[in-house]
Ligand binder design. Structure first.
Ligand code: NAD
Length: 526
């Protein structure tokens, strides 16, 4: 039994412990140890799979997939809806596991993971048939021809996921992959393997046929083995650094990939922002999930006329947030999820302060708590030379930058290698849309932030180094299929006008066609 619960993991919380530190994660050569980052208690051990085991999982998936693809959308949807019911029936147990493995409050596990996933299961179970319906049309110039585009399954797809939303992120991908008719291999993060196994258990309980969804626990090496295995596409969510490695491996054999990577999201606060909502939004955007959200607010630009009042309100409210071990006390903010994040956050704050940043509140690790806790922190007087302005922080840190006007805010927001989400805060929606049009990010939300990951019908994707490809919505679903285009004649003809033999008459006819195209275009047909 791999999920053996055991007692306290006696290990130091050394700030220099790296995520791949053998003592931290691989106490036994074949095992990964899952710990509660809030208490440092061991939660269980799971196997670390190697390349040979990954390859056998691919073989198993390959032989199971055709029967799954042969089912109708309606039949596949029945499994997904059954899994949704199991997820909701077991929500307390599942939220408890997420809270303990990630360190987040249970309310965040429910509102930010279980409910969005249930909604997403429902949405794709009910709409995939429509979203992947064949498209048929008559061609414009080639009027004797018709085309039909089919969206067929890719075959076997790999999903590699991070630890920050260990249920919501991989389950969404799994559901889209399954509804599209693929067999799925999921490699969850080494920090949240128990939630990863729970996903497999939910679908097993829903009666999913053997081999169609397999959860491959392990670390980066297991993930690398999956990318190198004979799969048809890889869907990766994680850091830019790993994303680039995966893209390189995949490119060597032209395997397609989707990369959902990091962010350094900007929040632009205009002079006419709805004040209280904007202050509350800044707090939640910067500190929910302990700041470990890819779309966390990591740079807030506020215009001069309201800056002093706004900063004072944000600082005052930040001081009211309750940090702690959920379940033992009322908690708004939990712990960071691993020692590496604690190290990064601490280093970035130290670097910023050494270069002149001012900490208005927070700024330190909370030593009175056993796990990886850090105070919610508000910084001002930040500059480009600081790591906190250049690198993803992924922690409870909110740098606020005062700008003269909205144009400067847009300019500063765009001076980043990242482009995941951004938000604009104004009472004037039309003005908000104008600003949004100038911001370089995948999604720009007016007077809100982050939540669209929980809305199944909206696309989620990054530009620049925040990734390539899309997840969620019909666009994300279509990442899980291959197009097949079939074309045929409406009326049988002996030859085509552009086939041999060529002649002067043919040339004149084509000249005439060129003239028609030039003068009237295709408007007659479109
Ligand atoms: P990570 O890149 O360290 O690891 C992600 C996953 O990749 C893990 O399962 C890991 O085991 C695996 N992995 C590591 N090395 C690998 C390799 N060489 N080949 C294949 N797989 C490998 O990222 P993380 O620390 O788990 O997650 C945090 C990052 O994820 C942040 O940058 C965050 O912004 C990003 N993220 C992005 C989104 C999004 O939707 N854009 C969502 C959540 C998190």
């Amino acid at each position: 039994m791999w999920l053996a619960r055991s007692g306290q993991l006696r290990q130091s919380v050394a700030m220099n412990t790296s995520p791949t530190d053998p003592q931290m994660l691989h106490m036994a050569e074949r095992a990964i140890i899952s710990i509660n980052p809030a208490t440092l208690e061991e939660l269980g051990r799971v196997p670390k799979l190697y390349a040979a085991e990954v390859d056998s999982a691919v073989t198993k998936a390959r032989s199971a997939q055709p029967a799954w693809a042969a089912l109708s959308f309606h039949e596949r949807a029945k499994y997904i809806l059954r899994a949704k019911d199991i997820l909701l029936d077991r929500q307390d147990e599942i939220c408890d596991l997420i809270a303990r493995e990630v360190g987040k409050p249970r309310v965040e596990a429910l509102a930010g993971e279980v409910i969005p996933v249930a909604n997403l299961m429902d949405y794709f179970a009910r709409t995939s048939a429509k979203l992947l319906r064949d498209e048929q049309f008559t061609l414009s110039v080639f009027r004797n021809k018709k085309s039909r585009i089919h969206f067929i399954p890719l075959g076997v797809v790999g999903i590699i996921s991070p630890w920050n939303y260990p249920l919501a992120i991989p389950t969404g991908e799994v559901v889209m992959g399954l509804m599209a008719g693929n067999a799925v291999l999921l490699k969850p993060s080494e920090y949240t393997p128990l939630v990863g196994l729970m996903i497999g258990e939910i679908f097993r309980a829903a009666g999913l046929p053997e081999g169609i969804l397999q959860v491959l626990t392990g670390d980066g090496a297991t993930g690398a083995a999956l990318v190198a295995a004979a799969i048809d596409k890889i869907f990766f969510t994680g850091s830019v650094r790993t994303g680039k490695q995966i893209a390189e491996t995949a490119a060597r054999r032209l395997m397609p990939f989707v990369l959902e990577l990091g962010g350094k999201d900007a929040m632009i606060v205009c002079a006419d922002a709805p004040f209280e909502r904007t202050v509350n939004g800044a707090l939640w955007g910067a500190f929910c999930n302990c700041g470990q959200t890819c779309a966390s607010v990591e740079r807030l630009y506020v215009v001069e006329p309201i800056a002093d009042k706004f900063i004072a309100a944000v600082v005052a409210k930040t001081k009211t947030l309750r940090v702690g071990i959920d379940g033992t006390q009322p908690t708004d903010i939990g712990s960071l999820t691993n020692a590496n994040q604690l190290r990064i956050v601490t280093e970035q704050i130290d670097d910023a302060v050494a270069k002149g940043a001012c900490v208005l509140t927070g700024g330190k690790r909370i030593a009175s708590l056993p796990g990886y806790f850090f105070e919610p922190t508000v910084l001002v007087d930040v500059s480009d030379s600081m790591r906190v302005m250049q690198e993803e922080t992924f922690g409870p840190v909110l740098p606020i930058i005062v700008v003269r006007n909205e144009a400067e805010a847009i300019h500063e927001a765009n001076r980043s290698n990242f482009g995941l989400l951004a938000s604009v805060w104004t009472k004037d929606t039309a003005r908000g849309k104008q600003i949004a049009a100038q911001v370089e990010a995948g999604t720009i939300i007016i007077n809100d932030l982050i939540f669209t990951h929980g809305a199944a019908e909206t696309p989620w994707f990054g530009v620049k180094e925040s990734g390539c490809g899309v997840t969620h919505s019909k666009h994300g679903l279509r990442e899980f299929v291959q197009m097949k285009h079939i074309n045929w004649d409406v009326l049988p003809l002996k030859t085509n006008p552009w086939w041999f033999p060529y002649s002067e008459k043919k040339r004149r006819n084509f000249k005439l066609l060129a003239k028609v195209l030039h003068q009237w275009g295709l408007k007659k047909w479109i």
